[in-house]
Design a protein around this ligand. Structure first.
Ligand code: SDX
Length: 427
């Protein structure tokens, strides 16, 4: 549709307020509401379910039809034909790289996988059982104290080197969180390995012996990073954009995104799914938990189900489910107890009127935890892995915002507090 006009008539106002309606390449049109302010109105949209705070060319989601495109490419096709680093290049630059460019990009990332030795001192300050997301949030924020050579956010070359450093170093830092948690020595990156192989090497290798990396698990790990790479203006990406709108340095913005992702309603759901399946414990208990999930007075929710945007299946969950079957069969775990509970729970939920009416389908987190558990990744590391995969999405959105004209984000409110009143006179 072409851009067109809307007219808002409000009872008691003589004149309607004229608003512009704009169309994107795909998806919903938007109504530009700036004229409301000069007419002394705000819009009211708790949870920003109906608010588009920006233009973007990076990712498109059609929630009604379960469509997810990264720079126009469907997630199913990227999952089948691409890999995580190629998808990183696509998200950052807008086009798929040719073979030469892809090799150059892989080499650039490879040259930035080590972190400054001083960062190890940050980890020694954490309790041994600190949650990996607490550690990751701290050390990524601290990275802004190391790169004084590239902190001019108006310089595209500084923004690019920062993106490369973050993509390259997140697996190293995430693995260091795990090593600190289990009290083992940190493993340095091995640049002869692929991105996902390197992560598994740093997670499970020890200086005492080389750890054989199963290629099926490495491919599943790469796919988990790829499926988590970006997802439009979700809570953590919106947090990164809002932090970036003040001109804050990119490492602090990514640390803010990590903090927002940690919540169980968002990236913390993958850990919560496993904890829920463990809590259900046996298929015979599923009906009781589904009943609780439907009870308004019971705070229990089926973790890994539902989505703000997808009111159909989450296309990532379909790919994740297929990978889950492949990984568990490779490991001879087809009869995995949690997988059996998960599959039965999914079947029951998808046939239950409550979930059908509310369009609650499994989301990206429902099966990812089972795969990561099968790979041997501890549950507390799941969200740190989500953050590692999502870093490219966060920094791509940050870069898109900073590369174009932007203003500091400053939402308003519907004030429901006291009218002005005077301080009581001293007795
Ligand atoms: C991610 O935004 C993104 O793109 C996020 C993400 C990404 O890649 O960045 O896709 C990653 O965060 C996936 C979502 C992971 N979270 C979970 O799996 C946690 C469980 N899901 C819910 O908490 C919930 O579904 C949300 C948070 C995902 C969505 O919440 P909304 O859009 O605010 O929906 P809602 O809470 O208003 O629920 C609508 C209705 C409610 O009932 P009513 O008040 O209308 O009667 O559905 C019910 C809810 O009670 N409901 C659930 C439910 N999710 C919603 N009931 C039971 N179990 C659930 N999981």
């Amino acid at each position: 549709m072409t851009d067109r006009k809307a007219s808002l008539s409000i009872e008691g106002n003589e004149q309607p307020i004229e608003l512009n309606v704009r169309s994107g390449t795909l998806g919903q049109d938007v109504i530009e509401i700036a004229p409301l302010l000069s007419n002394n109105y705000f819009t009211f949209d708790p949870g920003f379910a109906t608010t588009a705070p920006c233009e973007s060319e990076i990712t498109y989601i059609d929630g009604a039809n379960g469509v997810l495109l990264h720079r126009g490419y469907p997630i199913e096709q990227l999952a089948a034909n691409s890999d995580y680093l190629e998808t990183c290049y696509l998200l950052l630059n807008g086009e798929l790289p040719d073979d030469k460019t892809k090799t150059e990009f892989e080499n650039i990332i490879r040259m930035h996988t080590m972190v400054n030795r001083s960062l190890e001192n940050f980890f020694s300050g954490f309790r041994h059982d600190a949650h990996p997301m607490a550690m990751l949030c701290g050390v990524v924020g601290a990275m802004s104290s190391f790169y004084h050579d590239s902190m001019d956010i108006t310089d595209p070359t500084h923004r690019l080197i920062t993106a490369h450093r973050l993509i390259a170093k997140m697996p190293t830092l995430a693995a260091m969180c795990h090593k600190h948690y289990v009290g083992q020595p940190y493993m340095y990156p091995d640049n002869s390995l692929s991105y996902a192989e390197n992560f598994l090497h740093m997670m499970f290798g020890t200086p005492c012996e080389d750890k054989e990396i199963n290629p099926v698990l490495a491919k599943a790990m790469d796919l988990i990073f790829l499926l988590h790479a970006d997802h439009e203006q979700n809570a953590s990406t919106s947090t990164v954009r809002l932090a970036g709108s003040s001109g804050a340095n990119p490492f602090s913005c990514i640390a803010a995104g990590i903090a927002a992702l940690w919540g169980p309603a968002h990236g913390g759901a993958n850990q919560a799914v496993i904890e829920m399946l463990e809590q259900i414990g046996d298929e015979k208990n599923i009906d009781e938990y589904v009943k609780r999930a439907k009870d308004k007075d019971d705070p229990f929710r089926l973790m890994g189900f539902g989505h703000r945007v997808y009111k159909n299946f989450d296309p990532r969950a379909k790919v994740m489910k297929k990978t889950c079957d492949e990984v568990l069969s490779e490991l001879g775990l087809e009869d995995d107890r949690l997988l059996k509970i998960a599959k039965r729970l999914e079947k029951i939920a998808l046939e239950d009127d409550y979930f059908v009416e509310k369009k609650l389908y499994p989301n990206v987190d429902f099966y990812s935890g089972i795969i990561m558990k099968a790979i041997g990744i501890p549950t507390e590391m799941f969200t740190a892995i989500f953050a590692t995969g999502r870093t490219v999405g966060w920094i791509s959105h940050w870069n898109e915002m900073i590369s174009n004209p932007y203003r500091i984000g400053r939402p308003r409110q519907l004030y429901k507090g006291h009218k002005q009143r005077d301080y009581p006179a001293k007795k």
